[in-house]
Unconditional design. Structure first.
Length: 200
């Protein structure tokens, strides 16, 4: 048991995708968000908290038989930062840290999550309080793992997109995991990206 919680973001409106909810598009025979959730659940995290918002009932129906904790975010239109805060506020209070994973990254597998968890756990065992993030040829990827010491600051954020203000403020704690694996940076934001994904 790693003592880690995971926040899986599934609240967005998929505006760049047009009328479709990208998380419900089929990928390898299942809704895209289900593919992401199954791989994350099989990793070394203690719990997975799914933050729903846009089309919450349809998202939940696609996942209802999975052992997720569902947290609904009625103000999802406020953006990713508010969704992260909604999920982070619900993590197990005994967790040593938490992982933040977008719901639109279907190339991520259990091994990808566990590789980051292994780095995080090794750092924590030496008394450090890391932020672990994958980088693919200097491009920052996901998921991002935070030591719980950063939770209060994250919850207090009022500006910025996502977790980036906290990462910038604590750059000395950032542990970059350099990799060439595109799974950490491939997301599905547009119809063109989805078309490309289906060919992979």
């Amino acid at each position: 048991m790693s003592g880690l919680s995971a926040v899986l973001l599934a609240a967005g409106e998929s505006r760049r995708m047009g009328t479709a909810n990208k998380l419900l598009l089929p990928y390898r025979g299942v809704p895209l968000i289900r593919q992401v959730a199954v791989q994350l659940l099989a990793s070394g995290v203690r719990e997975v908290i799914l933050v729903s918002g846009h089309q919450a009932e349809a998202v939940r129906e696609a996942l209802d038989d999975l052992p997720l904790r569902f947290v609904h975010h009625p103000d999802y239109a406020r953006g990713m930062r508010s969704s992260i805060q909604k999920g982070a506020a619900a993590i197990d209070p005994t967790a040593i840290g938490f992982l933040v994973c977008p719901g639109d990254m279907p190339l991520l597998r259990t091994a990808h999550h566990n590789a980051l968890i292994e780095v995080f756990t090794a750092e924590v065992s030496t008394g450090k309080t890391p932020i672990v993030r994958p980088f693919v040829r200097d491009l920052p990827g996901h998921p991002v793992l935070f030591h719980r010491r950063f939770l209060p600051e994250l919850l207090q954020l009022r500006e910025g997109e996502g977790c980036r203000p906290v990462i910038r403020q604590h750059a000395q704690h950032l542990l970059r995991r350099e990799t060439s694996d595109p799974a950490y940076v491939v997301d599905v934001d547009t119809e063109a990206a989805y078309a490309t994904l289906k060919q992979m």
